[in-house]
Ligand binder design. Structure first.
Ligand code: SAM
Length: 255
């Protein structure tokens, strides 16, 4: 899978590509990342990539022409049979979630455009952008952090990237967890500041541990994301034992 990233700040990606899980995915070639600066495709002595907004008002807008030349260079370099999708990070877009990340992790990749300033000339968006992705209902200074969030989430789903193969399957939102939230985790010491680890986890009894984890997932999901519980129920993922637990769980409010 290959992600070509159009950014005015390619240096922001260095920590992502040189540390942790994302470094492993990048160095193994499982997630190929190429950085492209539109400034390298801009004309004139100043290699201008932005200009004032028509109609007046504060802020600058990213010029369409350098972005077009940059995209043309990427497409020539990728030599894909079909044009690779161009994704723009924008507050307008669909909010990123696990389902979208899982789809991207199964794809051949994409060209990711990181906006800056007030955004990108709308004519470039209309002509070339296929999809817009948002990180949430807030405004970032640029699309780079959103691109890094997508790359990180996609990298950890690649087979062989995590130390413990399959551990991501037990993370929140995953089908193996029926789309519920993850259980709480504890490590040593067994007692910390007078608080002991739940006895089920130190019982050594596999079935009891599994049941405790399931109930914690159900409890946390009911408390924090009840709509996920509704989805799991509609998909027939909740057992009779799960439903009995939810009815009796005093601290959650099952939907
Ligand atoms: C300062 S923002 C522009 C905000 C734009 N004028 C607006 O109000 O929607 C600059 C760039 O940051 C990125 N960005 C800002 N917020 C984002 C978000 N919530 N999700 C993804 N990208 C975002 C986009 O690429 C955007 O073009």
């Amino acid at each position: 899978m290959r992600f070509d990233i159009i950014t005015l700040f390619p240096e922001l990606f260095a920590p992502l590509l040189t540390s942790g899980i994302t470094r492993r995915a990048y160095e193994s070639g499982l997630v190929d990342v190429r950085l492209w600066n539109p400034r390298d495709h801009a004309e004139g002595n100043y290699r201008r990539v932005d200009d004032r907004t028509f109609g007046g008002g504060p802020g600058m807008v990213m010029l369409a022409e350098p972005l077009f030349h940059c995209l043309t260079a990427i497409r020539a370099d990728r030599q894909d049979l079909a044009p690779t999708p161009l994704v723009l990070f924008s507050p307008i877009g669909q909010t990123l979630n696990h389902k979208a990340v899982a789809q991207w992790s199964d794809s051949a990749g994409a060209v990711l455009l990181c906006g800056r300033y007030e955004g990108v000339d709308q004519r470039f968006i209309d002509q070339y952008v296929g999809q817009q992705i948002s990180l949430g209902d807030f405004v970032l200074s640029g699309g780079e952090i959103a691109a890094m969030a997508l790359l990180d989430a996609v990298a950890r789903l690649q087979p062989g990237v995590l130390n413990d193969e399959g551990s991501h399957q037990l993370d929140s939102f995953n089908p193996a967890l029926d789309g519920l939230l993850d259980t709480p985790h504890y490590t040593r010491p067994e007692v910390w500041q007078g608080h002991a680890v739940p006895t089920a986890l130190t019982s050594g009894h596999h079935a009891r541990i599994e049941r405790w984890r399931r109930e914690q997932s159900l409890h946390l999901t009911a408390m924090h994301r009840p709509e996920l519980l509704v989805q799991a129920r509609l998909a027939g993922k909740l057992s009779r034992e799960d439903e009995t637990f939810l009815k009796e769980d005093q601290h959650a409010s099952p939907p």
